[in-house]
Design a binder for this molecule. Structure first.
Ligand SMILES: [Zn+2]
Length: 407
C-alpha cells in the first residue's frame, strides 16, 4: 500500500491537465451521496484523484482503488477525511515519478466510503487514458494506423513519412508472420530521446530509440524532426511494429513465453535500414570470442551498453540464419511453439527438429569466415562435383577396359 495523503479541497497541478471526468448523477447508499469524482494529472509527475460527497453519519473509512487495464494489481489507498459537515471533499495524490503507471494505458478508478453506522458505498468506476499531456499532439490517420506528433515539432510531411513507413512495415512483416492486424495502431513520434524517456516504462520491451506497448497497440519512438528523420523512422518504426504483430500472433499469454532473442531478433532484422553498429559489434565479439551464449538471450537484454547492442545484433543474426536455413514457415512454427508455452530450448526442438545447442553451433559455424578450402569448394562446388563424378565413372571403365585387354 502506498502512502496516505490527506487533502481537503483541490490540489493544483502545474502542468497541463485533462478535463473533468465528473460523475454528475448522485448515487445513494443509505445516507451517503456522491456529488463528484474526478482525476487530474501531469504526465510522469502526479495524479490527483478527488471526491466530493455528502453523508449524514460520520465517515469511518475511505478507500481509493485504481489500476491500469494492463496492470494485474489494483492499487488500494486509505484516504483520511479531514472533517464533515455539508460537502465532504477528499483527494489523493499519486506520485507517478516514484510509482509509474503504464503510459497510454486506460486507468480505471473508484472509491469506497464507509460510515460509522455500517453504510457502505462503492462508486461506479471511471476511466481515463493516461496520455502524455506534457505536449499538444497532432494526428494523421489512415485506416487502422494513427501517427501522433508534437505540435511545432514536425509537420504533416514528417508525419506522412512515418505513416507510409508504418503501412509498408505492417504489410512486409505480416508477409512472414501472418498475424491478425490490430484494430488500431498508434505511433507517437517524440522529438528527442529525452522527451521519450518519461514515456518508457521499465519491464517493457525496451529499445534505445523507442518502445512498443503491444497490449495497448501503442508505439513510441524518438525521431527528431531534422535532416535524416526518414532513416530513423525506417529503423525504429518497423522494429516496434514487429513487437506488436508478434504479440497479436501469440496473444498476451503466449507473448510471455516468446524468448527475447526471437522477439528482438525479428524486430531488429525487420528494420528497413541496417544499423552498421550491429554488424561491427557482432564481428568484433566473434573475433574476440566474446559472443553471448544463445541461452543468455532467452531473457530480457540489459537495458543499454555494448552488451545490449551485441544482444540485438546476435539475435537478428540468429533469426536471419533460421530464415535462410528453414524458411519463414519455421519462424511461424517457432512462434506457435512458444505461444503454446514451450520453453526457450524446447521451442527450437519442436519447431526446427534440432536441439537448441545444435542451432547455436550451426549458427556459429555460419558466421565463421570461409577458409581457403571452403571457398574453393563453395565457389567451384558444381564443377568439382561433376569432375569427381566423371572420375567415378571413368575409373571403373578404365579398369573394365584393362580387364578386357588382359583377356
Ligand atoms: Zn525491440
Amino acid at each position: 500500500m502506498r502512502s496516505i495523503t490527506l487533502v481537503s479541497g483541490i490540489v493544483i497541478c502545474a502542468a497541463a491537465m485533462i478535463g473533468s471526468l465528473a460523475t454528475v448523477a448522485p448515487v445513494r447508499a443509505e445516507d451517503i451521496a456522491i456529488l463528484e469524482q474526478d482525476v487530474e494529472y501531469s504526465f510522469a509527475q502526479q495524479l490527483t484523484f478527488t471526491l466530493a460527497f455528502t453523508s449524514s453519519a460520520e465517515i469511518s473509512e475511505l478507500y481509493l482503488f485504481f489500476r491500469g487495464t494492463t496492470d494485474p494489481d489494483t492499487e488500494k489507498v486509505t484516504v483520511a477525511v479531514a472533517d464533515r459537515g455539508g460537502v465532504t471533499r477528499a483527494s489523493y495524490t499519486h506520485d507517478v515519478g516514484l510509482y509509474p503507471l503504464p503510459p497510454f494505458d486506460r486507468i480505471a478508478f473508484w472509491w469506497q466510503i464507509e460510515d460509522v453506522l455500517g453504510n457502505q458505498l462503492q462508486t461506479e468506476p471511471d476511466e481515463f487514458t493516461y496520455a502524455d499531456n506534457r505536449f499538444q499532439w497532432r494526428e494523421l490517420s489512415s485506416p487502422g494506423i494513427s501517427v501522433h506528433w508534437i505540435e511545432g515539432r514536425g509537420d504533416p510531411v514528417y508525419a506522412q513519412t512515418a505513416l507510409d513507413i508504418a503501412q509498408a512495415s505492417v504489410a512486409e512483416i505480416n508477409a512472414e508472420l501472418r498475424a491478425p492486424v490490430p484494430d488500431s495502431l498508434d505511433i507517437f513520434l517524440y522529438d528527442s530521446e529525452f522527451h521519450l524517456e518519461a514515456a518508457m516504462v521499465l519491464g517493457g520491451r525496451d529499445w534505445i530509440g523507442g518502445q512498443a506497448r503491444p497490449e495497448l497497440g501503442v508505439v513510441v519512438v524518438a525521431v527528431p524532426p531534422e535532416q535524416g528523420y526518414a532513416s530513423r523512422m525506417k529503423r525504429y518504426v518497423p522494429h516496434e511494429i514487429t513487437h506488436l504483430l508478434v504479440y497479436e500472433l501469440v496473444g498476451s499469454e503466449g507473448y510471455r513465453y516468446v524468448p527475447t532473442w526471437l522477439d528482438e531478433g525479428l524486430a531488429t532484422s525487420n528494420e528497413q535500414l541496417p544499423t552498421p553498429e550491429y554488424a561491427l559489434a557482432l564481428e568484433e565479439a566473434q573475433q574476440a570470442n566474446e559472443l553471448v551464449s544463445l541461452r543468455d538471450l532467452c531473457v530480457p537484454f540489459p537495458p543499454n551498453g555494448s552488451r545490449a547492442l551485441l544482444s540485438y545484433a546476435q539475435s537478428a543474426s540468429v533469426v536471419r540464419f533460421i530464415r535462410q536455413q528453414y524458411g519463414s514457415d519455421a519462424i511461424r512454427r517457432l512462434l506457435a511453439a512458444y505461444a503454446d508455452g514451450a520453453s526457450c530450448t524446447s521451442g527450437v526442438e519442436d519447431a526446427l527438429g534440432i536441439s537448441f545447442s545444435r542451432l547455436e553451433s550451426d549458427w556459429l559455424a555460419s558466421l565463421r569466415p570461409a577458409t581457403g578450402w571452403r571457398v574453393w569448394v563453395e565457389r567451384g562446388g558444381v564443377w568439382i562435383g561433376l569432375w569427381l563424378l566423371s572420375i567415378l565413372v571413368t575409373v571403373p571403365m578404365i579398369g573394365h577396359l584393362h580387364r578386357e585387354a588382359g583377356r
